[in-house]
Design a protein around this ligand. Sequence first.
Ligand SMILES: *Cc1c(COP(=O)(O)O)cnc(C)c1O
Length: 420
Amino acid sequence: MITALEQYDPQIYELLRQEATRQSGSIRLIPSENYVSKAVMAATGSCLTNKYAEGYPGKRYYEGQQVTDLVESLARDRAKKIFKADHANVQPHSGAVANLAAYSALASPGETIMGLSLPHGGHLSHGWTVSYTSKIYNSVSYEVDTETGQFDFNKILELAKKHKPKIIISGASAYPRKIDFKKFGEIAKSVGAYHVSDIAHISGLVVAGLHQNPMPYADIVSTTTHKTLRGPRGGMLLCKEECAASVDKAVFPGLQGGPHMHTISALAVALKEADTPEFIAYAKQVIKNAKTLAESLMGYGFKLFTGGTDNHLILIDLRNKNISGKKLAKALDRAGIVGNYNTIPGDPAKPFNPNGYRIGTPAVTTRGMKQEQMKKIAEMINTVTENIDNEDVVAKVGREVLLLCSEFPVPEHFIIPNKH
Ligand SMILES: *Cc1c(COP(=O)(O)O)cnc(C)c1O
């Protein structure tokens, strides 16, 4: 395969080689990223990319589905088992599309949805202004308490009573604490709203039993497949039997055409991996690593939103350091430490130039790093922060990063031979 690529398109081949080198030679702290296994990567690059399979197993619109039906049924069964769901739809091309499908299964255009606001850690697709979700639906946002960083359920209930949403969305993209999905479910029920729970970031922790599973308290659970769950890029919807038909109709033919069967086969592999003791050990280590990284950072005087973490994610509030999130993110990236700048709830700074820096531990944990390496990473983050304008120091940290990475190889997806 790679030889054919190298021969036919040496330029793309060379760029892929450079990206593989970058991914193995940098410390990947973006909390939504991970490294899939060789098995998942192999399925992603399979002949299923050649197949159209509009419809669902047993009800397709093209012939030749002898194998695709079996693959998709396996993926669905594995998802149902580990998420304890009656029904799974494994076709959404992404998390954002999965969310839109969930809303359209439960609400009509013009009705009200209510989700966490983007600057408070919500996702664009939870009805934020620039998202199409806010154009189709009347969107109301709730927030976290900026003092404690907790959800103020009384306020959320008040807001729900006032706006009478058709759907309440729980879940977040930048929230470092556990989320009480049961409480969101109760609030939704009390105002006659549906509850859609989006566990994109934490689904790997949920299947490992390390975070409350929203399944019993939500009408539809939405997730990406490529974050802590460690599968191929994509989305997935899980629900009770009552919603199964409307969820399936919303995905296809509602929003999508043909499913990406190569991705679905890779998802089936990832779901098998997620049902193992090794995966639970990985998920436990993700949290241990995040706690150690958080404590070490606080030891260097960093302020963390909510004062720590319960999951895989840490949000650094840089206001006491007088450095913008973007400036730190760019300096760290030059040293090979890759995270992202982020808003801090309650901080008026604009999303394009916020005072937060968001990091997480799934990818470094997949590489096999443990607490000792988290302390080293905290030290390196501090060194760059203290020497933000000194490129010699940044370069020196960059060499330490390469050395650390060399001890923890990434899953080798394909052999990339040296250029000759
Ligand atoms: C990442 C994320 C999504 C979007 O997933 P994409 O696959 O990038 O579309 C949706 N919801 C939440 C909470 C997320 O964190």
